[in-house]
Write a protein that binds this ligand. Structure first.
Ligand code: PAF
Length: 281
């Protein structure tokens, strides 16, 4: 596996592969890799000739300085995992390499970047769009792979691809979960043992939301249930739990108002912010 830190070097490597008609798969990450990331590498390996993974903790998508400082960094473990997963190239640029000048671009995704994560983390999606467009401009992949834990992010990236007319196919891969259901996330490693124990309520409540829908409960009743269950316990601070149209992210009052529905949650366990979602069936 090649470890590349310079854009020019990566582009020279990829130019040669593209000249030989190799297809390029791309997995952008912020490192602190886990099995969920590796499942994206595996999908890319299956679908493309060459897999490039980037590791870059993008400062412009953090609206909270402490969150950026706290973000886990495990580069040596990441490299080992990527080697074992048969990744071809890991691109690990510095902040100066990715942002030689401040990125002044302001993206407007309309409704999509104003709600949920966009509402609670102002500027977050602008930062995501800045870095993902920069990485796409460098790698110019045929396909890019993202995890569906970041449901809204995937919608933003699809909108970005449309806006900037990138000829890139966005592939969404299923969320991988720990044995107790907690969605895999780099942030999980920041939870202490007690917080880790209480965090498992999140996937449990998401499952319950699905079961309640099956039992004929309506959106309002399910929201009430989830919020009151969380309130019974300490150690949580809920940012949001909501049920939306899975195709537009418009909040629903009734299940009959959308063909496909998704429940989304963001909450703090201690100081660590976790998100999850479930497509309701
Ligand atoms: O999902 C992430 O890890 C990041 O938001 C991404 C897409 C790598 C951009 O920094």
């Amino acid at each position: 596996m090649l470890i590349i830190t310079k854009i020019e070097e990566l582009q020279a490597f990829l130019a040669d592969k593209k000249a030989n008609n190799f297809s390029i798969g791309f997995v952008p990450t912020m490192g602190a890799l886990h099995a969920g990331h590796i499942s994206l590498i595996n999908s890319s390996n299956l679908e493309c000739d060459i897999t490039v993974c980037s590791i870059f903790v993008n400062p412009t998508q953090f609206n909270d300085k402490n969150d950026l400082e706290r973000y886990p960094k495990t580069p040596q473990d990441d490299i080992k995992m990527l080697k074992n997963a048969d990744c071809d190239v890991v691109f690990m640029p510095s902040a100066e390499e990715m942002y030689p000048h401040q990125d002044e671009r302001q993206f407007d995704f309309g409704y999509l970047d104003k709600v949920l994560e966009g509402d609670h983390r102002p500027g977050h999606f602008n930062g995501v769009a800045q870095i993902v467009s920069r990485l796409f401009n460098v790698v110019k992949p045929d396909k890019a792979f993202f995890g569906s834990k970041d449901y809204q992010q995937v919608m933003i990236i699809r909108a970005l691809v449309e806006k900037l007319k990138y000829p890139i196919k966005i592939i969404t891969c299923a969320t991988l979960r720990e044995s107790d259901g907690l969605a895999m996330s780099s942030r999980n490693m920041l939870l202490n043992a007690k917080e880790r124990e209480v965090a498992k309520i999140i996937p449990k409540l998401m499952q319950e939301a699905n079961e309640l829908k099956h039992k004929g409960k309506e959106v309002g009743e399910i929201k009430e249930h989830v919020i009151s269950e969380l309130n019974k316990r300490g150690n949580y601070e809920l940012d949001y739990f909501t049920i939306c149209d899975a195709d537009t992210l418009k909040e629903l009052k009734s299940f009959k108002d959308a063909e496909r529905q998704v429940a989304l949650i963001a909450c703090y366990v201690g100081k660590i912010r976790l998100i999850d979602n479930i497509l309701l069936k």
